[in-house]
Design a protein around this ligand. Structure first.
Ligand SMILES: [Zn+2]
Length: 383
């Protein structure tokens, strides 16, 4: 028999090497390359921020989950993948929302972006727990050999013998902080709980500075603002734009000038300071458009137009009853913000009316108008 000895073998996509560290490295490395290549291919597609997040979660990261349940990536790989995902999501935007914020839930100002490291460790732990529950598995023998138990004691002690088995070490560490599963807990809830527990132990919430917008306007109800954006009966595209406006990450001359990337902070159309508020309500036709919109909102709320603040466009910290009235105000605000932000040329009143008419028609077509908006949007007539 003339069989050559090999130190590596590839089985089901995993490049097995002599040690676990090497196996992890050689399996993750090509995956990172694939990820980079894939982001390049879709880079030119015209997607909104939320669509890019969806794409990253559903298509880009999907390839990594199979490997992630066996081998937790090293910090180096995690860093590389984070850079690839961040570059894809922001596509050269100068002002961005940090990755830590994007990973927050939507009601807390994030976009529910999955944290690959926490998810990988959660999947590994779940897999190990499933194997432990069976008799005579290798993992049980290995645990006996290493003299450890899973779930481990809290706080978990470090065992030198586990240095070779990184996945066991993680499982040993993570299981210490996980409350035991009750027989009634459904698998999906349990999986989510493992993920959120691990995410919490990985990052120190209190060491992260509050979001920029919250630091600037600390005294308002931000949860209400985020909920208003995501619960408003508007297309996802509007939500995405509004989210960026609220985070104040649009490139304005004022922000560019503040970091010395623009010689002045003047608007290109007029000589006033180019802020977000200026673009939305003060520049050119924006003044007339905002006055008209403000009047319509005041009509819904049965109040004086001067009580409708232009701040609501950037910080919709409002709540009205009944829900249909509240939703109608949010619908108009979001439409106005999207209209003013998406168009680079100077759009006139007629363009604005066309835009509103088209979008109201689309909203009405969904058939949930009586519950969501009632007849409140009729104030916009005659469109
Ligand atoms: Zn201007």
């Amino acid at each position: 028999m003339n069989i050559q000895p090999h130190t590596t073998v590839k089985i089901l996509g995993i490049n097995f090497q002599t040690t676990i560290q090497e196996t992890t490295k050689s399996t993750w490395h090509p995956l990172t390359q694939v990820l980079r290549q894939q982001t390049r291919e879709v880079y030119r597609r015209d997607l909104t921020l939320t669509q890019r997040i969806q794409y990253a979660q559903t298509y880009l990261l999907a390839k990594t989950w199979y490997i992630a349940q066996f081998f937790t990536p090293s910090t180096d790989i995690v860093r590389q993948n984070n850079t690839i995902i961040t570059n894809f999501i922001w596509q050269g935007n100068i002002f961005r929302v940090p990755l830590s914020t994007l990973r927050e839930p939507k009601h807390a100002g994030g976009l529910d972006l999955i944290d690959p490291l926490a998810k990988s460790r959660a999947m590994c732990l779940l897999r190990i727990q499933e194997q432990i529950s069976k008799q005579d598995t290798t993992i049980n023998e290995l645990l006996k050999l290493c003299k450890i138990t899973i779930p481990s004691q809290n706080p978990p002690r470090k065992h030198a013998i586990m240095n070779k088995h990184a996945y066991l070490q993680y499982a040993h560490y993570d299981s210490a902080y996980l409350a035991p599963r009750s027989p009634r807990e459904p698998t999906i809830t349990y999986k989510k709980r493992i993920y959120s527990t691990i995410k919490m132990t990985l990052y120190d919430r209190y060491a992260v500075a509050p979001m920029r917008v919250i630091r600037t306007w600390p005294r308002i109800n931000w949860t209400l603002i985020w909920n208003n954006i995501w619960q408003a009966p508007i297309p996802l595209r509007f939500k995405s734009t509004w989210y960026e406006i609220v985070h104040d990450i649009k490139t304005t001359k004022q922000r560019l000038h503040a970091i010395n990337l623009a010689p002045t902070d003047n608007c290109v159309h007029c000589s006033q300071t180019d802020t977000l508020q200026h673009r939305l309500t003060q520049c050119g036709d924006a003044t007339t458009q905002w006055l008209w919109t403000r009047g319509k909102i005041a009509q819904i709320l049965r109040t004086n137009p001067s009580n409708v603040s232009p701040d609501w466009l950037q910080r919709p910290c409002i709540q009205y009853w009944p829900r249909q009235k509240h939703n109608a105000v949010l619908w108009i605000l979001a439409s106005f913000v999207t209209f003013r932000t998406e168009r680079e040329h100077t759009p006139n009143m007629q363009n604005y009316f066309d835009f509103l008419r088209r979008n109201r028609w689309k909203t009405y077509r969904q058939g949930t108008r009586p519950q969501l908006l009632g007849n409140y949007l009729e104030v916009l007539d005659p469109l």
